[in-house]
Design a protein around this ligand. Structure first.
Ligand code: SF4
Length: 413
């Protein structure tokens, strides 16, 4: 077995309730390496042609890479792949955090999920032992509530990847979320997992990743912190997170503004990474073994939008879609939108962009207050934006359900 891998892939057939462990040969690992390449091997092999993305025939894969779990920056990544319910093509979405490394420590390189369980279950992999457990008590709960319940019943150090209420309400761009703030956000992978009645994957383990030359990796790892202060891009990423590019994008005319009818936003400074660092940033967070610490943790205790730090803080894409895209220059409102997306496990990019699309339709008279459920959905109306998001995640009314289908399908209506 090449270093870096466990040499084990878990196959879960939810229709049969069966769990089998495959131990592929070294050639397999050398050919596919990991991530989406490895996942696609199983999807192309096992998913029937023409399969409905939300049918038991769809195959959902969760794969780490060769370096995942090693003590070096930037390696803790998990690829989720399946046929996408949004595009009908290949869904591909990546997340960071601690779940990917913990999956390796729990003894597996990846998981292949098929079929559909007759009732909600979650998969627990504890110290190399996988089992299915009842998940009825986790349904209808916010991501943070699910985390609390599972931490109590399994292990406080367990890492949890879950779909949320957004998927239970049929939001097409539902995500998979871990730590209540790290997402496999794009392409609807949360809805695929929900369609299989698999509520969550819970991992905990203490297995070490085998390294070919641990000393060399330690030496390499020391280079990062030394080089970081001399690299302007990395300094910006560490200090202000991915939000460091808000002002830059505005300068070069690529900050998506008012449903991308413009590329510059007059209200960019209040939603910039610099402003977030100066005002509501509580702390910086990280992924397993990463020295960059680009993740934002924000907290707001006063005013109309109270924001809980457990739900992290907005990335650039979230500031772009719920901020400039919607013409909103209110950082607290954008942070609230970020929290709602994290609580309900939906993709912030698709959610914000779909609401911005609805705002343009409203401004141009394509839709009226009658269709928006009474919302004055003008660009810049933060309160209406948040109410629209609330309707979207809850699938509330015709308008909420339409928003949950994304802008392309909404346009076709
Ligand atoms: S902390 Fe930021 S830079 Fe480091 S692995 Fe996570 S996302 Fe990447």
């Amino acid at each position: 077995m090449p270093n870096g891998y466990n040499g084990k892939i878990l196959h879960l057939d939810l229709t049969k309730g069966s769990l089998t462990t495959e131990e592929p040969k070294e050639a397999f690992y050398r050919k596919y390496l990991g991530g989406s390449a490895m996942g696609m091997h199983y999807i192309l092999r096992d998913m029937p042609k023409g399969a409905d993305p939300l049918s038991p025939e769809n195959v959902l894969t969760l794969f780490t890479g060769v370096a995942t779990g090693a003590p070096i920056s930037g390696q803790s990544r998990l690829n989720a792949n399946a046929k996408s319910p949004i595009s009908g093509g290949i869904g591909d979405s990546q997340s960071g955090g601690f779940f990917p490394a913990e999956l390796k420590f729990a003894g597996f390189d990846g998981i292949v999920v098929k079929g559909k369980s007759p009732k909600p279950v979650y998969l627990a992999i504890i110290e190399g032992k996988p089992e299915l457990r009842d998940a009825a008590h986790l349904m209808g709960k916010l991501s943070g509530e699910v985390d609390d319940i599972i931490h109590k019943e399994v292990d406080p150090k367990a890492e949890i990847l879950q779909h949320g209420i957004g998927a239970e309400n049929g939001v097409l761009f539902s995500s998979l979320v871990s730590m209540s703030n790290r997402h496999n956000g794009r392409t609807g992978m949360g809805l695929v997992m929900a369609s299989k009645n698999l509520k969550a994957v819970v991992v905990r383990g203490t297995k070490k990743v085998q390294l070919a030359d641990p000393k060399a990796l330690t030496a390499l790892n020391r280079v990062g912190p030394k080089a970081l202060p001399e690299n302007g891009d990395m300094v910006g990423l560490a200090k202000d997170g991915t939000a460091t590019v808000v002002l830059f994008n505005n300068t070069i005319g690529t900050l998506p503004t008012r449903n991308y009818t413009e590329g510059q936003f007059e209200g960019c400074e209040p939603i910039s990474g610099e402003k977030m660092s100066e005002t509501i940033l509580k702390e910086r967070d990280t992924c397993h073994a990463c020295v960059v610490k680009c993740k934002r943790v924000v907290e707001i205790n006063d005013g109309p939008y109270k924001v809980d730090p457990r739900y992290g803080g907005p990335e650039y894409e979230t500031l772009g879609t719920f901020g400039s895209y919607c013409g909103v220059d209110n950082l607290a409102a954008v942070s609230m939108a970020n929290q709602i997306c994290n609580e309900y496990a939906i993709d912030t990019i698709a959610a914000g962009a779909t609401i911005a699309f609805a705002m343009e339709c409203y401004e141009k008279g394509v839709i009226t207050k009658e269709q928006t459920g009474g919302l004055d959905l003008k660009f810049g109306n933060a309160e209406a934006m948040l109410k629209a998001l609330d309707m979207l995640v809850k699938g509330e009314g015709e308008f909420g359900r339409t928003l949950g289908m994304g802008s392309e399908r909404a346009a076709q209506k």
